[in-house]
Design a protein around this ligand. Structure first.
Ligand SMILES: [Zn+2]
Ligand SMILES: [Zn+2]
Length: 430
């Protein structure tokens, strides 16, 4: 019998940022502000989870995901007061009682062996969410290792804890954890996002790794922890460059969807001391529905931007006119410069190995065509008209205003939008 091979060519284009009018206020889009990378006493943070959530709520965030290492805020966990004090300061219990009342705080035993039970998400979310103006999304930092380096991935809107699956290589570990999350999402019917955290932490995950594991759709492009090498070093690309290299390889060579970029705090320290503090970076998700599945689905579609201070009223990609335009919420006395960054189809995509000082091959170096600055526009309404040969374009806005709690030299406030204008043609045979 003759076999017919049918080749289906699918042309999948970037989701058009089409907004329905219910999501507009005074002509601008409505956005929900949230941080999806946060640590508490449930793992290596130095504060009670509800104290942290209360801080985010008071600071005007709409949603928060607590992402402790390989654990959910669930079950019975008692901690010695001595441990809590060593991490969070001698007055940790007094402050907790002052904020939530003596009735809320559960202890057992006597000093010096007094223990405190950590409240679970189910217990404390009600108080925070009751007015309908704040949402907790259950999450976990799946904290894996492979080839001697950390492979950390945040599962947003996870329903059951997933133990890290490991793998012989970084790519295999990523793929294994992605598979476990996809399986849980299918089984529970709940959308879950698994994003790759801090690729340059321990210089663990390269641009080529991120390109190759095409099931991964999200990567942290700014993380407020000062130890995660956001800017890279002499031997390693910055995280933003890694993002562009990975997306270029995916679109030019793999017919795979690009990665969306996420900004997070990765906060561990909450008492004005320590180095990994809250409030440094977040995401703005389009919409007004404060509901975990809705927010997770919107992030899945890439309908969000990341910020370390700059607020956008709107970001619109007109797919017909091929124009990306931003409306920046201007602050008095602050100036804004927007770089439109992308790679063209005629770009030189060759790369060569770069050996680190110790002689070990650590990375590949690409031409400046990859993730090139295609134009720089000042003002509050920057726009980019596509020339027609772009693989993708994204915008990064840099303001003249100093960052509120910098982790980088001379850091000012920024906002990062997602790559647009791309198309993926995939061939399937059957
Ligand atoms: Zn981590
Ligand atoms: Zn973390």
């Amino acid at each position: 019998m003759k076999t017919f091979i049918v080749i289906l060519a699918l042309l999948i284009t970037a989701p058009l940022s089409a907004q329905d009018s219910s999501q507009k206020k005074n002509g601008s889009s409505v956005w929900l502000k949230g941080n999806i990378h946060t640590h508490t006493f449930w793992s290596d943070g130095n504060q009670f989870p509800e104290m942290i959530a209360k801080w985010y709520k008071q600071e005007g965030y709409d949603f928060l995901a607590l992402t402790d290492h390989n654990v959910l805020s669930k079950g019975e966990k008692w901690m010695p007061l001595s441990t809590l004090k060593a991490r969070g300061g001698d007055d940790i219990l007094e402050k907790y009682i002052a904020a939530f009342g003596g009735e809320w705080v559960i202890t057992r035993g006597e000093e010096p062996k007094l223990e405190v039970r950590l409240r679970t998400l189910e217990e404390f979310r009600q108080g925070l969410e009751k007015d309908g103006d704040f949402l907790m999304i259950q999450s976990e930092e799946i904290s894996d290792r492979s080839q001697g380096v950390p492979v950390h991935m945040n599962a947003t809107n996870i329903q059951e804890v997933i133990a890290p699956l490991g793998g012989a290589t970084v790519r295999e570990a990523m793929a294994n954890n992605l598979r476990a999350v996809a399986e849980q999402a299918r089984r529970t019917g709940k959308p879950i996002i698994l994003h790759l955290n801090h690729p340059n932490f321990g210089y663990a995950v390269t641009a080529e790794d991120l390109a190759a594991v095409v099931q991964e759709r999200f990567v942290e492009i700014y993380n407020g922890h000062p130890g995660v090498n956001v800017l890279g070093d002499d031997d390693h690309a910055s995280v933003e460059k890694i993002w562009d290299i990975a997306n270029t390889i995916r679109l030019a060579q793999l017919s795979a969807f690009p990665l969306f970029g996420i900004g997070t705090d990765d906060s561990h320290h909450y008492h004005g001391r320590g180095t990994s503090r809250p409030g440094r970076s977040w995401i703005m998700v389009r919409g007004d529905k404060l509901e975990p599945d809705a927010i997770t689905e919107t992030i899945s579609r890439g309908d969000f931007y990341s910020s370390s201070g700059v607020t956008l009223k709107d970001v619109v990609f007109d797919n017909k006119k091929r124009v990306l335009s931003l409306q920046i919420e201007a602050e008095e006395g602050v100036t804004y410069s927007t770089r439109f960054i992308g790679t063209t189809k005629t770009a030189d995509l060759s790369s060569k190995e770069k050996k680190a000082a110790n002689g070990k091959t650590v990375t590949r170096i690409y031409s400046e065509d990859v993730g090139a600055v295609l134009s720089t526009v000042s003002g509050t309404n920057p726009r980019y008209e596509f020339k027609g040969d772009e693989l993708f374009v994204r915008a990064v806005v840099t303001s003249s205003k100093a960052h509120v709690d910098p982790t980088l030299p001379n850091q000012t406030e920024q906002a990062w939008t997602q790559p647009v204008g791309w198309s993926v043609s995939s061939r399937r045979s059957r």
